[in-house]
Design a protein around this ligand. Structure first.
Ligand SMILES: [Fe+2]
Length: 252
């Protein structure tokens, strides 16, 4: 057949953000996922991979004014669910980042929308391992530190991707990669993420904890003690502004 038909066969159908979020919502209803239900993760990864600035109706400039008073801008795509969060984060310039933070008992799915983002992550230990280590290192009851295994860094590059070859989706879960930082390293950077469940749950809000890691040249696979950042210092550390963006009012 002719070239035209082949092109048609490869054309990726533009998904609507409403459809994507609706499907995410249906899967989020089935949380918690266990290891026998890996297909849920695969389905969300596939859905999140379809999200880009076009599906979000988001127009991002190539540069932002240098006097912008925030290091991060954040906006919600759909706010009405307690089962999941769907957000966009924008870093106005290189070096802007979300410092190390966790997502307690959540699953996360992250996709770069613009620029190049470096994700540095740690995995939490299971509760038995953490208990044993705290005992060995005389840190029982010390809530100012948390042990975690360094997983290394990953580059998410939105500058070389196309609709038919979207950038990869990073999945973190309750332990693996649960503590991470995300930094823009090539000018303005942005990412979309889904967190399941949401922060506002039936038994109360589940906030992130932020952490500091002073050591440089970390070794993958090694366990480090991260320092908990006191809650009153977080606004200084993160300096977050509101991102004006289209949001979904009603999932239909
Ligand atoms: Fe995060």
């Amino acid at each position: 057949m002719g070239d035209g038909n082949d092109e048609d066969a490869h054309k990726v159908e533009a998904a609507s953000i409403n459809e994507i979020i609706k499907e995410v919502s249906e899967i989020a209803d089935k949380f918690p996922f266990n290891d026998k239900e890996k297909h849920f993760r695969k389905e969300i990864i596939s859905l999140v991979s379809k999200v880009n600035t076009d599906t979000l109706g988001l127009q991002l400039p190539s540069k932002m004014p240098s006097n912008i008073p925030f290091k991060v801008l954040a906006g919600n795509v759909y706010k009405k669910s307690t089962k999941f969060e769907s957000s966009v984060f924008v870093f106005p310039k290189s070096g802007n980042k979300l410092p190390f933070h966790d997502h307690p008992n959540m699953e996360g799915f992250i996709k770069a929308l613009k620029g190049k983002l470096l994700i540095t992550s740690f995995s939490l230990l299971n509760s038995e391992e953490e208990k044993r280590l705290r005992k060995e290192e005389f840190k029982e009851g010390n809530e100012k530190v948390r042990p975690a295994k360094f997983e290394g860094t990953l580059l998410l590059d939105a500058t070389t991707t196309t609709a038919s070859s979207p950038s990869e989706v990073v999945n973190l879960n309750a332990l693996t990669g649960n503590i991470h930082s995300i930094e823009s390293i090539d000018g303005l950077g942005a990412f979309f993420d889904i967190l399941i469940p949401g922060y506002h749950q039936a038994h109360g809000n589940v906030p992130c904890t932020f952490f500091e890691m002073d050591e440089k040249n970390l070794t993958s696979g090694k366990i480090y003690w991260l320092k908990v950042v006191p809650a009153n210092l977080i606004p200084n550390l993160v300096s977050m502004g509101k991102l004006e963006m289209p949001s979904i009012v009603q999932l239909d």
